[in-house]
Design a protein around this ligand. Structure first.
Ligand SMILES: Cc1cc2nc3c(=O)[nH]c(=O)nc-3n(C[C@H](O)[C@H](O)[C@H](O)COP(=O)(O)OP(=O)(O)OC[C@H]3O[C@@H](n4cnc5c(N)ncnc54)[C@H](O)[C@@H]3O)c2cc1C
Length: 366
């Protein structure tokens, strides 16, 4: 079967890129391992988040901002094409600080973000307790303040995944599930993956990219990082704005998240971590203590060594690309609307160079 492109991995990253390629007029195949895979796209927190992304890496800060700008258009387009509401809202967002030390640390972080943004600008405000209370009713006395930016938002990431898949197929793309890619034959602009052939291949297999990349002259040294999430029963609409760790979903449950653990490929849950998350959430919003937790899960982030996305085009096998990131919801706008057109044009823009995995090729000190 011949295609214009083969995208390996049908999670948020692969689906967004495949959708963008199909919209650019290509005939892509989207190959996915299926339910046996580790899938961050099915277990994330749903933030379209800008304010803390890219500290120390101004190119990542800009890329995230550009993606957030693309989001409203993508959400509207997916609704028109598929009828699926991805629930994107961009009311701004806050990071709550419990105690003066957290507040001071956050202020310093945000100030550094602004300094690194340079001419691009970075508008943030540090809010005191009373200002936060005006935005988010029912905050607890432990909330000293918060950082706020208007760039932030959230969405229903499962609906997004569904819409990207449905839109991709509506545009003529071929979705090929339950295929685990283990081998491939690579030559410049000539790639064979099982019975599929194409002049372009995009590796977007999440944690699977680490093993696949060398087959295509690429490197994707991503590692798993576990995150756990709790969801409460539905409640009255209270939170009009997401925070980094607590947000009210489209369906009116409250999601509590953002734990980080290095436990390899273990997707189990740890009660101690769940308790710590719940405790912080209740300190932030004491009324949460009245709600029942109805669901909880763990999922693995796709984490590059420095936390910054890896995008590359293979020098050895032109036509092969890779995309890896731990913010696949946030970056969906960029992947569909900015990255996919670069792949379709055959080369990554010059400002993508800092994202190359070549940044890890530092010679060992003698
Ligand atoms: C707890 C948690 C909270 C998060 N919160 C947020 C958030 O609030 N905002 C945000 O922007 N991001 C968030 N993320 C990150 C986001 O979910 C990921 O960046 C994103 O889902 C990564 O998508 P992906 O397509 O690269 O990987 P995956 O979702 O893992 O998909 C990879 C796909 O590749 C396929 N695959 C793997 N190997 C092969 C193979 N050999 N052959 C064929 N197919 C293969 C698999 O079947 C899978 O479907 C969170 C993640 C976690 C775990």
């Amino acid at each position: 079967m011949r295609f214009d492109a083969i995208v390996i991995g049908g999670g948020l990253v692969g689906a967004a890129i495949a959708y963008g390629l199909a919209r650019a007029g290509m005939k892509p195949a989207l190959v996915d391992e299926g339910d046996v895979a580790y899938r961050a796209s099915r277990g994330n927190f749903g933030l379209v988040w800008v304010q803390s992304k890219g500290l120390g890496f101004p190119h990542y800060q800009r890329w995230t901002r550009r993606s957030a700008e693309e989001w409203p258009g993508l959400a509207a387009e997916l609704l028109a094409r598929t009828g699926i509401v991805v629930g994107h809202e961009r009311p701004g967002g806050v990071h709550l600080c419990l105690g003066e030390a957290e507040f001071a640390e956050r202020r310093a972080r945000m100030e550094r973000m602004r300094a690194e943004a340079g001419n691009f600008g970075f508008d943030y405000r540090m809010l005191g307790h009373d200002e936060v209370a005006e935005l988010l009713p029912g905050i607890g006395p432990s909330v000293v303040g918060a950082s706020y930016t208007g760039y932030d938002g959230h969405a229903n990431s499962l609906n997004l995944l569904h819409a990207l898949h449905r839109g991709f197929v509506a545009l003529g793309g071929a979705y090929l599930p339950n295929r685990t890619v283990a081998e491939a034959a690579a030559a410049p602009h000539d790639f064979r993956v099982d019975d599929l052939a194409a002049p372009v291949v995009v590796l977007a297999a999440g944690l699977g990219n680490a093993r696949l990349a060398p087959l295509f002259g690429l490197s994707a040294p991503v590692e798993p990082q576990r995150g756990q999430i709790l969801v409460t029963e539905r409640t009255a609409r209270i939170l009009e704005m997401p925070t980094t760790t607590v947000r009210q979903t489209l369906e009116d449950g409250i999601m509590i998240g953002d734990s980080q653990e290095d436990v390899g490929f273990d997707t189990g849950q740890r009660p101690a971590v769940m308790a710590a998350m719940a405790r912080r959430a209740v300190l932030s919003f004491p009324w949460l203590a009245e709600l029942q937790v109805v669901r909880a899960w763990a999922a693995l982030r796709v984490m590059p060594p420095d936390g910054v996305p890896i995008y590359d085009r293979s020098e050895r096998f032109p036509g092969a690309f890779t995309a890896n990131c731990h913010s696949g919801v946030t970056l969906a706008g960029a992947h569909a609307n900015l990255f996919a057109p670069m792949v379709a044009a055959g080369a990554l823009d010059a400002d993508m160079t800092p994202f190359s995995a070549r940044r890890f090729d530092v010679p060992q000190a003698a």
